[in-house]
Design a protein around this ligand. Structure first.
Ligand code: BGP
Length: 486
């Protein structure tokens, strides 16, 4: 195996899915607090699963139900983080990816003074990580924008939101400058089109359908500018810190060697890279301007925006990778599979997870090589993992060999990419402790090395226990990826 000596092995979390405590210590409501597990909607209907309407928001705002709205209870990490971090340390984590929810620090986003209680909580979080020798990697915006901004500022569509976000960034950069050196701006920024409410705070039914694409692009532009300005600010406040971007790597294969399919896949991949192109190269790729011309989309750039993007690119590229997809110019009659809120046709060479996501370790190797060749920047795999139903045996053990197999293959793929000259410096498997699913709000869709005793209705003791993969990953980290044996 080819892992560098100081490789950042660890795990990834997001506050809105694991912390719970949705209204404690002054926290405001975030967009995440409005979603629930829609048992009556099929998994294949990814849009239906994840769409939140104005009516849904109204209902959520008048409800204090923490069982229905699964992200309000998460895995109770807000109260149990010390115990969780001990378990991460026991596995040998070198790093932990976590997010600071904007709403804990500025409950509605509009305040000028931060919520001290929220800040104190993360004082404790970062102190504890430091004591355990775990390097934090902090996401500033992981699907947890203040709901107030979605309701009153059209999410990221209103330019004023940039300033409010930067106020939040300044507050946390200054407060945690001695503790946090690695940051990410926007989680899966490319998901603005797949789920606009969670990503950019836009409620689809509030806008004319024919204008919605333009509105999304405008909101995205504001996020790009905010990302560049946050990077500038980070360098001023913590000169030795590093900022990364974060995209969902939705690798698309052509169905076959029909040049029309090759071209289609090439365009899909290029579109996926648009988001990192802007944040890494500091400029929009030409094909986006051409697309806007064709579609008559007009996005307002203010004077200086281009310079801001150009001057403050990110230092490294992080991405989530769960699966690949297949596209074809002729999809009629072909089996369609969904996964991570994307769809494509079934790949006959790949197995699928219980949620129909196509498992493709080589796709990770391909993505790493491709991203390396495209950007020549350090890479970080900030999410990867298998959502599965785990069974607790009579003696309390959880034998998740399927998860071990998934990671064996993906870790081998990373090692192979490193042997191809790719500079990848870290790997944080998603949901290292079980938490509520982003897309479906289920608890039963588990990714963790650590089991949390809670069900889809929020019932359970929330006690933690080590799965078989816990011991396995511990051995992997201790051997720096040399020993992957089960
Ligand atoms: C990514 C998100 C995460 C996460 C993961 C797994 O797209 O960044 O927040 O949850 O996907 O998805 P899910 O929880 O829907 O299975």
């Amino acid at each position: 195996m080819f892992f560098p000596k100081k490789f950042f092995w660890g795990g990834a979390t997001a506050a809105n899915q694991c912390e719970g405590a949705w209204n404690e210590d002054g926290k405001g409501m975030s967009v995440a607090d409005c979603s629930w597990y829609k048992k009556n909607i099929s998994q294949a209907d990814y849009k239906g699963q994840h769409t939140i309407t104005s009516k849904d928001i109204e209902e959520a705002m008048t409800s204090s139900d923490i069982k229905k709205y699964g992200k309000r209870h998460g895995s109770d990490c807000y109260h149990r983080f010390k115990e969780d971090f001990q378990l991460f340390a026991e596995m040998g984590f070198k790093t932990l990816r976590l997010s600071i929810p904007w709403t804990r620090i500025f409950p509605n986003g509009i305040e000028t003074e931060p919520n001290e209680k929220g800040l104190e909580h993360y004082d404790e979080v970062f102190k504890t990580l430091k004591e355990l020798g775990i390097e934090p990697l902090v996401t500033l915006h992981h699907y947890e924008m203040p709901l107030y901004l979605a309701n009153n500022f059209d999410g990221w569509y209103k330019r004023e939101v940039i300033e409010m976000f930067l106020r939040f960034c300044k507050t946390v950069f200054e407060r945690y400058k001695d503790y946090v050196k690695y940051w990410l701006t926007f989680n899966e920024i490319d998901s603005a089109f797949r789920h606009p409410f969670t990503t950019i705070g836009l409620v689809e039914d509030r806008y004319p359908a024919e204008k919605f694409e333009e509105i999304i692009y405008q909101s995205l532009h504001h996020q790009f500018v905010a990302s560049a300005l946050a990077t500038k600010m980070l360098k001023e406040i913590i000169p030795d810190a590093k900022m990364g971007c974060m995209i969902t790597r939705t690798l698309t294969y052509p169905e076959n060697c029909n040049p029309e399919n090759i071209l289609l896949a090439l365009k899909d991949n290029r579109k996926n890279y648009f988001y990192s192109d802007v944040q890494v190269r500091g400029e929009y790729p030409e094909h986006i301007f051409k697309e806007w011309q064709r579609k008559n989309i007009s996005v307002k750039f203010e004077v200086g925006d281009e310079e801001i993007l150009k001057c403050y690119p990110v230092d490294f590229v992080s991405f989530s990778y769960y699966q690949s997809r297949v596209n074809s110019v002729d999809v009629s009659g072909k089996e369609v599979v969904s996964g991570n809120l994307t769809t494509g046709i079934k790949n006959p060479y790949l197995e699928t997870s219980a949620w129909n996501w196509q498992i493709d370790p080589l796709g990770l190797e391909i993505s790493l090589i491709d991203l390396h060749d495209r950007y020549h920047k350090p890479l970080f795999i900030s999410e990867n993992g298998l959502g599965a139903v785990d069974k607790v045996e009579a003696d309390g053990s959880i034998i998740d060999d399927y998860r071990i197999k998934y990671f064996q293959e993906h870790i081998k793929a990373i090692s192979n990419a490193i042997d191809e000259g790719v500079n990848v410096f870290g790997y944080t498997p998603w949901g290292c402790i079980d938490m509520v699913s982003m897309s479906t709000c289920q608890m039963s869709k588990r990714y963790g090395f650590i089991y949390v005793d809670a069900d889809d209705d929020g019932n359970g003791t929330y006690n933690r226990s080590r799965k078989k993969s816990f011991y396995w990953y511990k051995k992997v980290i201790a051997s720096n990826g040399e020993d992957l044996s089960n």
